[in-house]
Design a protein around this ligand. Sequence first.
Ligand code: PEP
Ligand code: MN
Length: 338
Amino acid sequence: MIIVMKSGAAEEDLQRVIHTIEELGYQSHVIRGTQRSVIGAVGDERGKARLQSLEVLPGVESVVPILQPFKLASREFKRSQTVVKVGEVDIGGDRLVVIAGPCSVETEDQILETAKTVKEAGATILRGGAFKPRTSPYAFQGLGEEGLRLLAAARKETGLAIVTEVLKPEDVDLVAETADMLQIGARNMQNFALLKRVGEVKKPVLLKRGISSTIQEFLMAAEYVLSEGNYNIVLCERGIRTFETSTRFTLDLNAVPVIKKHSHLPVIVDPSHGTGHWEYVTPMAKAAIACGADGLMIEVHMRPEIAFSDGIQSLKPAAFRQLMQEVAPFAQAAGRRL
Ligand code: PEP
Ligand code: MN
């Protein structure tokens, strides 16, 4: 339910509504607008009719149900676009954000050199996995804590904000000490314990779409994080599994306008995992911007032929610089600064 306060309602009226919502066993989530405030009351769907009676409280204009199953993620609850701040970078504003870096953190030289390269080309956030979710238990699993230390060194050297993946609830505090943004990978999109844990830590979250998840399931996963009180979520379309075999995944760009319609959360696109081949990354990056993405996530490696993971889909520095030049007119056409 959404409780819409009257324009200019007193703070004590707002507090009374919050108190009553919580007394009825629901969580309250407040959006303070310039004109009026709205309060989302979420919790057990079965008793929600009781919330309707809040209409009689002083300062309340109306009580309306949220029809979508995802409540706090919906545009019904919050009409204005959310802007998520990662370090000094805004995602969801008028600037197109480019997150770039290697699939995995491998060595100090590798991450420092890549960080400098992507920064010079115009990226504002550095990516790199320290903890890697791998299909095979025999594949490189990441440097772990050492990888986090190297990412922190790269931030110190370049000033870039850091996004890196966290795999387990018990690692969230450790990863959050270094990361400016916590990545939840596609394979963990429905790891509900992990979603709740990153919801408790108020760091920005980059939530990647599961490879077999519907857009509704994706938004329900975001809802887990939001319902813990962490509103700093960026969604990432990274391709889904289809019958097509000429690309690693099928990059579902439909998701961008669909999510934009139903949710206020920013959406970025990862054409590296979405295609699985470096030569398709730039064309799909352009398409992502054209259909309204708030940013891109691009894998870059100094020497993809010796990368520990995802070399085939990683751009060399020159190709990344080229991408940045080629996407610029698309960003401009979409009304974004790069
Ligand atoms: C990654 O970004 O390196 C990654 C593992 O992505 P995904 O979870 O989308 O496969
Ligand atoms: Mn990867």
